[in-house]
Design a protein around this ligand. Structure first.
Ligand code: ADP
Ligand code: MG
Length: 309
C-alpha cells in the first residue's frame, strides 16, 4: 500500500554548541495510507516538534519527510492535509460558524459547499448549539473541538492530531473517536500524538514509542496494550547460572545490586517458573511483588526509570 507519511532521518536541533538541544534525532518512520498511527512518548520526547515539521511549521535541520507522496511544503498537497495543533489559540472576535466559514473560504470552497461543510463539522464536533457564539469565549475543551472542526473541514486525506484528547471531557473523547473512525472509513490516514494512551488512541492500528527524539519501539496496537506482569524480586545468593535462566524466561530483566531485579513476564505461569528457577538454584527468595500493567505502562515506566538514573 502507498505510504501516506514517509520520514527519513528527520532531525531538529535548536541552538549550537554546548547549549544546543535536539528534540528530534534521526527519526525514520513510514505510515501506510489508511493507517491510524499513534506516536506515543513522555513529555519532551519530540512528538510535537515532529508533527510541526510535518505541518511545515518547523524547518528540519536535516533529513526529509514527504506526505501523500510529496515533500513537506508542497503547496497542492497542503490542502489535502488537516492539522490540529497542541496549543490552540483562537483569539478572534469571530463566531464559531463564521470562523469555520472563513477557513473553508481559504480552501477555495464555494458558498453553498461552505454552508454545508460548516454545518456538518459543527454537528460532528458537538458545537452546533454554539455556532453563533464567539470563539474567544469558548472553554479549552470547546476550543479543542473548534480546532478539530477546522482540521477536518477540508475533508483531508491525511489528518495530523497533536494531543487531540487533552482538553476533552468523556463526551468530547467519544465524539473525537467517532470522527476519527468516520475519517478512517473514508480512507483518511491519521497520525495521533499522545503522552498517554486514552480510549481515543486505542483505535490506532500501530503505535510508535518515542523518547529523546528517537523511535524506541514500534508495533501493532494489540502488542502495545497487551497485559504484562512486571515483578520486583529480592533474592539472596542468586547464581550467574540462575540469572541466565531468568534472562531467557523474561521479555526483559534489569538486575540490580545485591540479588534484586525487575522482570517483565507474560503471565502467571511465567511467574511460577521464575520462582522455580530461583528456589531450585539454591538462592533464597526474599520478596516477589507482581504488578499487573499493559506493555504501554511498562514502557513508560522503563523510560521514567532510565531518565532518573
Ligand atoms: N523552539 C524551541 N527551542 C528550543 N527547544 C525547543 C523548542 N521547541 C521544543 N523544544 C524542546 O524540544 C523538546 C521536545 O519538545 P516537544 O517536541 O514539544 O516534545 P513532546 O511533544 O513530545 O512533549 C523539549 O525539551 C522542548 O523544550
Ligand atoms: Mg507535545
Amino acid at each position: 500500500m502507498r505510504a501516506a507519511i514517509e520520514i527519513e532521518g528527520l532531525t531538529k536541533t535548536y541552538g549550537a554548541g554546548s547549549g544546543s538541544v535536539t528534540p528530534v534525532d534521526g527519526l525514520s518512520l513510514t505510515v501506510a495510507s489508511g493507517e491510524i498511527f499513534g506516536l506515543l512518548g513522555p513529555n519532551g520526547a519530540g512528538k510535537t516538534t515532529t508533527i510541526k515539521m510535518l505541518a511545515g511549521l518547523v524547518f528540519p535541520s536535516s533529513g526529509s519527510a514527504s506526505l501523500l507522496g510529496n515533500p513537506v511544503g508542497h503547496v497542492q498537497t497542503r490542502v489535502r492535509i488537516g492539522y490540529l495543533p497542541e496549543s490552540i489559540s483562537m483569539n478572534t472576535f469571530m463566531r464559531a460558524a463564521e470562523y469555520l466559514d472563513f477557513h473553508a473560504r481559504l480552501y477555495g470552497m464555494g458558498a453553498a459547499r461552505r454552508r454545508q461543510k460548516v454545518a456538518d463539522v459543527l454537528e460532528q464536533t458537538g458545537l452546533k448549539e454554539s455556532a453563533e457564539s464567539r470563539v474567544r469565549n469558548f472553554s479549552r475543551g470547546m476550543m479543542q473541538r473548534m480546532a478539530l472542526a477546522q482540521a477536518i473541514i477540508n475533508e483531508p486525506e491525511l489528518l495530523l492530531l497533536d494531543e487531540p484528547a487533552s482538553a476533552l471531557d468523556p463526551i468530547g473523547r467519544r465524539d473525537l473517536r467517532d470522527i476519527i473512525i468516520r475519517m478512517r472509513n473514508r480512507g483518511t490516514t491519521v497520525l495521533i500524538n499522545s503522552h498517554l494512551l486514552s480510549e481515543v488512541e486505542m483505535i490506532c492500528t500501530r503505535i510508535g514509542i518515542m523518547n529523546r527524539g528517537r523511535l524506541i519501539r514500534i508495533g501493532e496496537m494489540g502488542a502495545i496494550i497487551r497485559p504484562v506482569q512486571v515483578v520486583d524480586v529480592k533474592t539472596d545468593g542468586l547464581s550467574a547460572e540462575a540469572m541466565a535462566s531468568i534472562e531467557e524466561l523474561a521479555a526483559k530483566v534489569d538486575f540490580l545490586a545485591g540479588g534484586s531485579f525487575t522482570a517483565m513476564l507474560g503471565n502467571d505461569e511465567e511467574i511460577a517458573r521464575l520462582v522455580e528457577i530461583i528456589t531450585t538454584s539454591g538462592a533464597v527468595l526474599r520478596e516477589l511483588s507482581p504488578r499487573n500493567m499493559t506493555l504501554e505502562a511498562a514502557f513508560l515506566e522503563e523510560i521514567a526509570a532510565a531518565e532518573r538514573s
